[in-house]
Every structure is written in structure tokens, then in C-alpha cells.
Design a protein around this ligand. Sequence first.
Ligand SMILES: [Ca+2]
Length: 485
Amino acid sequence: MSDPRPNIVFIMTDDHASHAISCYGSRINRTPHLDRIAEGGMRLDNCFCTNSICTPSRAAILTGTYNHVNGVTTLATPMDNRLQTFPKLLQAAGYQTGLFGKWHLGRGPQHCPTGFDEWAVLPGQGYYHNPTFIFQGPDGGTSRTVPGYATDLITDMSLDWMQRRDRDRPFCLLCHHKAPHRPWYSDEKHAAMFLNEDVPEPDTLLDDYVNRARAAEAAAMRVGVHMDTTDMKCEIPDDMPEADLRRWAYQRYIKDYLRVVQSVDDNVGRLLDYLDAEGLAENTVVVYTSDQGFFLGDHGWYDKRFMYEESLKMPFVLRYPAEVAPQSVNDDIVLNVDFGPLFLDLAGVPAQDEMQGRSFRTLLQNSTPPDWREAMYYRYWMNQSDHNVAAHYGIRTRKYKLIYYYYDGCGQTGADRGHCAGKGQIVSIEGLEPEWELFDLEQDLHELHNRVNDPAYAGVVRELKDELHRLQAEVGDERYELDRD
Ligand SMILES: [Ca+2]
């Protein structure tokens, strides 16, 4: 008799915000195949990353630990591949394990993928067209260029690997697309989407950043002024007022982004069709997520990094017909560090003590444990670099968000490298005094009004600071030296 344990197909994309997925209520696109996963299982509405940037989020997912523990705090801190990960534990328990697509946790013998029977990954971000892949091999692998479009190729490799599997043992496939990461190069099939129409603008496209910490205005991630000709695929007008430029650039940006997303959706459909055709759908856990959210013109921005909702929130849909009722929705707070413990739990493999996340298997059955978390801890370490975003940490509960910007790289590798995107003026944030932001998420969905100095919220601020510091201590992180309240 074959092994009854479920297969796991873990599909992850790069920078795909949930508000560009139709089952999350997107106003700008349709994603029928991602919706198929949600319709056949569960959609999580409060799934958050603990540090909204590629490499750190990926390390948190694989290891089940926060970045101050796994050491992957920024884009310049590759992961030590000797760390314990959920794929290693599944492999040791008899699972076949495969990884295809984006890795972005470093190269070479100390950082290449480990814990996989077979892998092929893009170096760094990789390219959309005719990408080079690093294939499993001695000294960290062997590079070879493969003709085709990255999203199709990563799916082809995933399908080929599943086709060659040992049918008597369960498998865990990590299909990790590079799409829709900047600079959003479409394939031919979707190049003509939206050609003769405008895409609706987000409510906060023309945000002026008043009533916020200085970090918001300083961020060099504005659609238009902080983009370059590679982003826009054309010359950028230099005589347009900023608001007009933002609206013009938004249309170019969002159309490219959505074209790239549409290829992801098609290719997810190919994987789902394969599982159906092989009779595997019932006993296979299919997850679709992204390493973090993304600003789709919200607050006038692209990119991520901030603890604001669009960037903090991860899409997460899961189908597992053997255990999860169709069309379920859950709004408990789930974190990227919980994914590994969940996969291990579903496979009947004990999680290691060092994993800080918690399996949310009971949530999938609409049963929330009484001691499930009511708040989450976040920390972005990469001060200044690339997009001039301030280092910050904070807490989010169901109702409030409190953020502490401390404007200090704290000696982290990859922080404090002055660098600017596009032609926009950069306001230095070096040495600014720390600032707090409080948002009342029920009153202020778009996080436009910092209430931290509003006397009506004094009690709330006190409670949230205490809870923030308690959570910080609980996960073993250190408070910033000037945060003495
Ligand atoms: Ca990313």
C-alpha cells in the first residue's frame, strides 16, 4: 500500500500583493486559477510577513524563525544552508523534495539550496526571458541558460519533476516563481492586455504623506519619480508635475505588473490540472502565497518594506480536500514563520523546538485555539538602503498598528548603503530622532492619520507599547537603545 501522507505543492511568487488576486477582491484583475485554490479550500485574510522583503521572508518561511534568530536580516545577509528547515525535515522523514525557481538566499557551497533531492534556481532575482538557472551540482551548482519565459520554465521543471516521482512516496514541491518582481517583463501571450483601457487607481495614489512619521515622505519608492527607464520601458517625461507623473507612471507600471501576474495564474492552472489528471488533488496540500505584499500605487508607491498593510499582508490560499472544507475563510493572525510548522504537522513530522512559528492546522478546520495570538511582531532592518526606508519595528493587533521608526542600521550588513532609485530627490534620514506611528485600522483603513499624539489614544498607545516589548522579548529580539518608554 502506498504512503498515505499528503503531498505538498508550495507555490510562492515574489512581490504579489493580495489586492491583485480576484478572490481577495481585486478591483484591477482576475486570477481564475488562484481563485480555484481558494474556492476548493481556505483563504487567509490576516496572513503577515515578519519582515517585508524577499531574502529575509524566505529565510523565515524555510526555518520557521524570525530574522534576528536566523541571521537573514537584509538582502545582503545570505542564509547559512546548515540551518534547519522544513524541507530538510520532510526529506529526512521520507518525502521526495524538489525546488524550482527563485531562491535568493545566496550562492555557493554555504548558501545554495540544501534539503532537496533535486533543485534548479535562478541566481539572485534572475531574468524573465531566457534566464540562467543554477542546477544542482558540485560547489554550489552549475549554471546554464535555458530558452523560454521564466514562469513557464519553472512550471515545466516542476511538472517534469512530479512526473518522474516515486509513486510510492509522498512529495513536497517548492515551485517558487520570480514573477512578478520588478522590472515586470511580460511574455508575448499577455503583452496586449490592457492596451486600450486604464486600470483603476488606488485611493491613496496621490498621498502627500502628511500626518505620518518622516519616514513616509522620505521613502524613495514613489511611482514615477523613483522609477527608471527599465521600469517604464520608455523615456520618463521630465516636465510633468509630480501628481501627473505619478498617474502616468502608475498606468505603465500596473499594466506590466498585471501582465506578469496573468502568466503566473495560467501556470498555476497548469499545476492544478496536472494534479487533477493524476488523481492527486484529494491528498495534496496546495498553497499559493507570495514572500510579502507590495504597494500597487498605494501611498503613491511601488515596492514593500514598510509595515503598512499592503506590504505586510501576504496572500495565502490553501487547498487540501481531505481535510479543509471548500470556500473557507479565516481571519486569525497567521505569520510566515508558521508555514514550516504547518507543513510538518500536515505530514505528521514533529517541528523542531527552535522553530518559533506555530502550526495553524486547526485553523484550517475552522477551530481557533483559545490561546492563538492576538498580535504580531514585525521588524524591518535594512535602514536607508535602496529605497531610503527607515528601519522600524512594530506590533499589529486586529484593531491597531503601532510602529517605531528608529532610523538606524544597527550595524546590519546591507543597511545604510546610500542608494537611490530614479531621479527623485532623496531626503537623508540619517540620524533622525526616532518616531512612533499609531493607526486605528477600524477608523483609518488606509493608514493616513498617525494618532500617536492624540490624547484620546493615550491609553491604547501605553498598552500597545507594553505588548510590543513583551512580544519582542518573547521572540528573543532586542529593544532599540532609545526606545525606553
Ligand atoms: Ca519579494
